[in-house]
Design a protein around this ligand. Structure first.
Ligand SMILES: [Zn+2]
Length: 333
């Protein structure tokens, strides 16, 4: 009995989050209306594929998908199968009310005024509740990144789990570079770090390197990436020789071999949850920001399957939605 219990406690959790959103050409700016959600037609096939591997996906649904009758009905049908979860995903540029500038900066939720975020969130939640029939409690910002202001808004609207942290990445509009890469209770004053509040839990996606001890290798990577001293060559050399690769657990960005290397290193680093992510728009098989390699559905499925097959060789894996994974983690922290 004891042994069985211990094994259960040590189970590795696997979650897959899918940003379930409109497809668009990123070259053409951020579309504010008449968004196309054709890609959602491929979601039932995708979900069936997930079912075949026991994956319990969390579909982070945004406003164009939730407010279009056909796509909302598809999500509702998937949800009725009892092995998925619907979360909320806020693309500020195409969620009413549409106002203010529409540049790269404002495409990141954290850069909007709190009042506007609240209004947009209300519209998004109403669309999901009215058309899909659930009140989501998990959330992801459009284009990643989180701050204390947004976390407080999420708490006010009853959210329990955020998944906007993208460890080891930053750009000029947000930074998750030094963010905690394990599930944690974020400090509202410094959301990249753990704190004492117990209202909203953070489930970052799995990112890191092809070697264990990600915070250490991030320092090395930052040093060889910093301006000066032929640095481009050093980062390229590290990548090509496989000495050091910065990797993100998505079949859109990363080959199956590299995803497995990342998962191996994450497990060796003690990660209790493996969190893969992708975008529904990739199912459309059109090149775009999230599908620069123009990956085909068949290739995408093969790539995900390889990772799951690898995981099954490591011992016992439990497939969870984000809420289920957070519940297991919260009880340990
Ligand atoms: Zn998105």
């Amino acid at each position: 009995m004891m042994k069985a219990k211990e094994r259960k406690a040590d189970k590795l959790l696997f979650v897959l989050s899918v940003d379930t959103e409109e497809e668009f050409d990123w070259e053409g700016g951020f579309p504010q209306e008449n968004c196309s959600v054709d890609n959602i037609r491929y979601l039932p096939e995708f979900h069936q594929f997930c079912e075949s591997l026991n994956i319990r996906p969390t579909y982070m649904v945004d406003y164009p998908v939730a407010s279009t009758a056909e796509s909302a009905a598809i999500i509702k049908d998937i949800l009725a199968r009892g092995n998925a979860e619907v979360g909320a995903h806020l693309h500020p540029w195409c969620t009413p009310p549409i106002e203010g500038p529409n540049t790269e900066r404002e495409s990141h939720v954290i850069n909007l005024p709190a009042k506007l975020i609240r209004r947009k969130l209300e519209v998004l939640l109403a669309a999901i509740e009215d058309n899909i029939g659930v009140r989501p409690t998990v959330f992801r910002t459009g284009r990643w990144g989180i701050d204390g202001k947004v976390l407080q808004i999420l708490i006010d609207y009853g959210f329990k789990v955020d998944s906007s942290v993208y460890p080891y990445y930053s750009n000029q509009y947000f930074s998750c570079r030094d963010a905690c890469d394990q599930p944690y209770w974020p400090n509202l004053a410094k959301p990249n770090y753990p704190g004492t509040q117990r209202k909203i839990f953070e489930l970052p996606i799995t990112s890191g390197f092809n070697r264990p001890d990600f915070p250490f290798w991030e320092k090395v990577h930052a040093r060889i990436s910093s301006p000066g001293l032929q640095t481009v060559r050093l980062v390229g050399l590290a990548w090509h020789t496989q000495m050091l690769r910065k990797l993100f657990l998505s079949p859109e960005l990363t080959t199956a071999g590299d995803m497995i290397a990342l998962v191996k290193a994450a497990i060796a680093s003690g990660s209790p949850v493996i969190h893969m992510f992708l975008h529904s728009s990739t199912l459309l098989e059109k090149p775009g920001e999230y599908n620069q390699n123009n990956i085909r559905r068949r290739e995408l499925y093969a790539s995900v399957r390889s990772v799951i097959e690898y995981l099954s060789t490591t011992g016992s894996v439990e497939f969870c939605t984000l809420t289920e994974a957070a519940a297991r983690m919260e009880s340990k922290s």
